[in-house]
Design a protein around this ligand. Structure first.
Ligand SMILES: Nc1nc2c(ncn2[C@@H]2O[C@H](COP(=O)(O)OP(=O)(O)O)[C@@H](O)[C@H]2O)c(=O)[nH]1
Ligand SMILES: [Mg+2]
Length: 366
């Protein structure tokens, strides 16, 4: 299964700008609605500062970051669920995503049109959320119709009733994610499974990105505070156009200097990409040597032999053991030699559950 993140939001909020900056790709960036006709697909690297630290020590010929699949979904407009704009297509693109990045425009600009002619990011969020909810309700109704025919059977009848209750709940404008909180405890497990099987758009995990100007005005700051309030610990604030400029600075030292002048220690995109990665349930393990320092994405919870299989299927088949040390220990003692001396390099078998930040070396038989 491909884990994909998608950028969603109204037209002209900065989605393509952010997409481009994230994948350094070529999605069109333009000052008019519907400039992105087709959802653009790319891969975005995770700027993991741990990689940079490993590189300083190993000084490898090549550095490879891990990445996730990202899609730039064309701007959704009011009425999308009824086919307005490029309605159904947008909704289908969102359906394919595991994780959503809601881009909210906080920046003001007289040159760049807003579909509602005013800046109000929370209103914008509601417009998107309403479209997703309508689409979910329609899906739920289709499912209820199907389930209705099966309700002669006792367990199918329970499912039918749960669906009806969920529909009532959502029709009142309540979020599907809140449904289970107050539901009959004896039906919780069934309800949970049933809801998961519906893969509702409003149940997708997400973060919110406030797109502000380089030097945010008081109004922009107020918007950000309100958004932060509404979505506690799910918000990142970035300046899309600045991020887009930053990727054109090729030398990483220069970029670092520039960031320092702005009073920042890293780019906003680095923060966003790590959040998405986290949200997708992914972690990174590292391989490090003189040829290559590399981060490998893995689904949290997998065992060492499967992690080996991510690198090469032969590594998994012929798995013997893994030599592992944690990045934290590496940071503390800064050399493999020292780690060895202190017994911090562990020998792990195939059942070892890999942790985010493990630096691994696999031994295998042909
Ligand atoms: N002032 C300002 N303009 C931005 C920012 N981000 C994007 N823009 C501009 O807004 C316009 C629309 O951006 P785009 O990324 O195409 O929006 P999309 O329709 O959401 O994909 C473009 O002219 C961008 O250059 C920002 O942070 N500040
Ligand atoms: Mg666009």
């Amino acid at each position: 299964m491909v884990l994909r993140a998608g950028l969603v939001g109204l037209p002209n909020v900065g989605k393509s700008t952010i997409f481009n900056a994230l994948v350094s790709g070529t999605a069109e960036v333009g000052n008019f609605p519907f400039c992105t006709i087709d959802a653009n697909l790319g891969r975005a690297a995770i700027r993991d500062p741990r990689i940079e630290k490993l590189v300083l020590t190993y000084n490898p010929e090549r550095t490879v970051y891990s990445s996730f699949e990202l899609t730039d979904i064309a701007g959704l407009v009011q009425g999308a669920s009824k086919g307005e704009g490029l309605g159904n297509k947008f909704l289908a693109n969102i359906q394919e995503c595991t994780f959503l990045i809601h881009v909210l425009r906080c920046f003001e600009s007289s040159d760049i049109q807003h579909v509602c002619d005013s800046i109000d990011p929370l209103r914008d969020f509601s417009i998107i959320q309403d479209e997703l909810t309508i689409s979910d309700l329609e899906k739920l109704e289709r499912r209820i119709e199907k389930q209705k025919k099966r309700r002669g059977d006792a367990s199918e009848r329970v499912a039918y009733e749960i669906l009806i209750d969920l529909h009532k709940h959502m029709e009142l404008g309540r979020q599907a994610s809140k449904f289970l909180e107050t539901y009959d405890p004896s039906l919780l497990k069934e309800a949970e499974e049933l809801i998961a099987s519906l893969s509702l758009l409003t149940m997708k995990q997400s973060i919110v990105v406030c797109n502000v100007t380089e030097d945010p005005t008081e109004t922009e700051k107020r918007w950000c505070a309100e958004i932060e309030n509404r979505f506690p610990s799910r918000v990142e604030t970035i300046c899309g156009s600045l991020e887009a400029d930053l990727i054109h600075i090729e030398s990483s030292e220069e970029r670092f200097e520039y960031l320092k002048e702005l009073g920042l220690s890293e780019t906003g995109l680095a923060r966003v990409s790590r959040r998405v990665f986290e949200g997708l349930g992914l972690g990174s393990f590292f391989t490090a040597g003189p040829t290559e320092v590399r981060a490998w994405a893995f689904r949290k919870g997998i065992t060492a032999d499967r992690a080996a299989g991510i690198i090469h299927t032969d590594f998994q088949k012929g798995f013997v053991k893994a030599e592992v040390f944690s990045f934290e220990d590496f940071e503390t003692y800064s050399s493999e030699k020292e780690l060895k001396r202190l017994g911090k390099i562990r020998q792990e078998g195939r059942q070892y559950v890999v942790k985010d930040g493990d630096v691994m070396y696999f031994k295998w038989n042909r």
